[in-house]
Design a protein around this ligand. Structure first.
Ligand code: SF4
Ligand code: SF4
Length: 136
């Protein structure tokens, strides 16, 4: 089973496309909606956790892009600002996926974008405002 989290961005022209329906019907993908901001007849964004075969997943991403939607991995929207981070470790207690971890050898906190699910808990708990999520 291949599984990836993606951010799908709509424009005003594409916001009414039946994306979820097509992903299930055409590509047999299982989905979980992690976050969505959709404004009728305006732009919008949806964060999806998609599972299925790698072949179907790749074909679905091509299909979405051909529909005029912007699609990218969720990891591209979450960022650790290392200039701000003081490696206090607070975020590691809140991060539910282990994407933020403390390395004892360097005494630094590192962010692994591949493990991130975009929950944004680290954003509110970080005293230095070092975790940034830009979904729009
Ligand atoms: S809570 Fe903020 S400052 Fe502390 S380790 Fe995490 S990202 Fe860095
Ligand atoms: S957004 Fe959630 S999963 Fe990602 S690093 Fe922050 S707390 Fe962890």
């Amino acid at each position: 089973m291949y599984s990836r989290k993606v951010v799908v961005r709509y424009t005003a022209e594409t916001v009414e496309q039946p994306v979820i329906y097509e992903l299930v019907k055409r590509f047999d993908l299982v989905f979980n909606i992690l976050k969505a901001r959709i404004f009728p007849r305006r732009e919008g964004m949806i964060v999806l956790d998609l599972s299925g075969t790698k072949e179907h997943f790749d074909a679905a991403i091509i299909y979405l892009k051909e529909m005029g939607l912007k699609v990218e991995p969720l990891s591209k929207s979450v960022r650790q600002n290392r200039d701000r981070c003081v490696s206090c470790g607070a975020c590691t207690a809140f991060c539910p996926t282990g994407a933020l971890s403390f390395d004892r050898s360097t005494m630094q906190v590192y962010f692994d974008a591949e493990k991130c699910n975009g929950c944004e808990l680290c954003v509110s708990c970080c005293p230095a405002r070092a975790m940034e999520v830009n979904l729009l």
